[in-house]
Design a protein around this ligand. Sequence first.
Ligand SMILES: [Zn+2]
Length: 187
Amino acid sequence: MVETLEFASPMLPFVDARKAFRHEQRIAGYLPLASLKNLSAMLTDNEGKIEAVLTFRFDQDRRRRIDGELWATVNVQCQRCLEPVQISLGEQFELAVVSTEAMAKNLPASLDPWLSDAETLIPADIIEEQLILCMPIVSTHSECNAAIVHDVLEKGVGIEHSEQIEKKQEKNPFSVLATLKNKPDTH
Ligand SMILES: [Zn+2]
């Protein structure tokens, strides 16, 4: 496939906004993760790359549209064992380039704003932000996730158990304290 071959080259550093939308420019390529500082700060290492394709065009409402798709495999910290966990991300996005906040607010919900009134657009900035937006809030190894589910189930059983004890020991004034101490953290 021709499209696969396009990713063999680096993403263009700049796009001429005066021409890109008019000429329906379509660009594809890769960006090293090490070149994306904000994203790298969220990862355990910056090895690897993002592959992306961007299409510039005017839509039927004469909006300057950037439709794109990206793919990346990155390492983030597992929220249970704190070791790196590899996650694969894929995201499609539809942006409208707007020059003011007011224009951004008037966009239909299906379009996300990209605020810029510059004559030059920087594809790396657009792609990095879209990747950050699609990053999961919490990542875990599948076995760590299974352990979390197990812990929650255990705690669930624990709550039921302490309620039963409470009922049995209602007349003991110390039982309230004992129940409070044993109460699992519900956060
Ligand atoms: Zn883990």
